[in-house]
Design a protein. Structure first.
Ligand code: PGA
Length: 277
């Protein structure tokens, strides 16, 4: 849990940049929406300062509205161009956003999954969460084993996303989205959520049962998911104090791991590892 949405953006960008620095050829899964905007802003800043280069990185976006062309200002392809791709040294041939105008979605979705697999799979998948608990556009009731496919949006999602359009009538009702099963195959997942309107979904997916009614709850099965929340989004968590205690322990373990080798008395012996759920 972090103090502000800005801190969530900063920390998320640091984790993404660390992934790229460790493996310049990595594959990133990217998300759209209001929440990741700050993270992309931070990544652009880090790139401009010379702290990170994306020149060998491959990206796959989670989803796209059906019916919107790549140059439509509300399409997710356009969003990614304006908010990240145009500002960093990503190779446009390696930036993949699902096609909102595919003719045959069955074969298109299969080819998106094939491409993902051929690229080696996603090393780090960035996710937001919908107020209905969706990840990608995997609305309540989506199979937790689902793959990339078409999905009808709920009225709640249409209402939530209407703020990006001139009127609610213009919000597409259909989207192409990676499935929950596709997302779960990412080696590491980073979910970010900010603001009090996410507090209910956050509590449900972390502390509720695993259910297709809250598709983010499937992340409870994933061995390497990091969740970054601001205070407002974390507000309804019942075990908040415990999670903060675990965070402190984690920081201590990391600090100890960085201590010089000579701290080898039994008391000072370095412990490696992490506190994991
Ligand atoms: P938001 O959307 O970041 O615009 O709130 C998140 C999502 O629907 O995944």
């Amino acid at each position: 849990m972090l103090d502000s949405a800005e801190e969530v953006s900063r920390r998320a960008a640091e984790l993404i940049a660390e992934t790229v620095q460790r493996n310049p050829d990595c594959v990133l899964g990217l998300a759209t929406g209001g929440t990741p905007l700050g993270t992309y802003g931070e990544l652009i800043r880090m790139y401009r300062e010379g702290a990170v280069s994306f020149s060998r990185v491959t990206t796959f976006n989670l989803d796209e509205y059906v019916g919107l062309s790549a140059d439509h200002p509300q399409s997710y392809r356009y969003f990614m161009g304006v908010n990240l791709f145009q500002h960093v040294d990503l190779d446009s041939n390696r930036c993949h956003v699902p096609d909102g105008l595919a003719e045959d979605y069955d074969s298109y979705c299969t080819s998106y999954e094939d491409l993902l697999r051929k690229s080696g799979g996603i090393d780090l998948q960035l996710l937001g969460i919908g107020t209905d608990g969706h990840i990608g556009f995997n609305e309540p009731g989506s199979s937790l084993g689902s793959r990339t496919r078409l999905k009808g949006l709920t009225e709640q999602t249409v209402r939530d996303n209407a703020r990006f359009f001139d009127s609610i009538e213009q919000v597409p009702r259909l989207a192409v989205t990676m499935g929950v099963g596709t997302i779960l195959e990412a080696r590491r997942i980073l979910l970010i959520a900010t603001g009090s309107n996410k507090a209910g979904a956050v509590r449900s997916f972390i502390e509720g049962p695993i259910t297709s009614q809250i598709t983010a709850s499937a992340l409870q099965l994933h061995p390497a998911t990091t969740v970054l929340l601001d205070r407002a989004a974390a507000d309804w968590l019942q075990r908040k104090e415990y999670y903060q205690h675990v965070e402190r322990l984690q920081r201590e373990i990391e600090l100890r791991a960085r201590e010089p080798e000579n701290a080898s008395s039994p008391k000072g012996r370095r412990r490696k590892g992490s506190t994991q759920k």
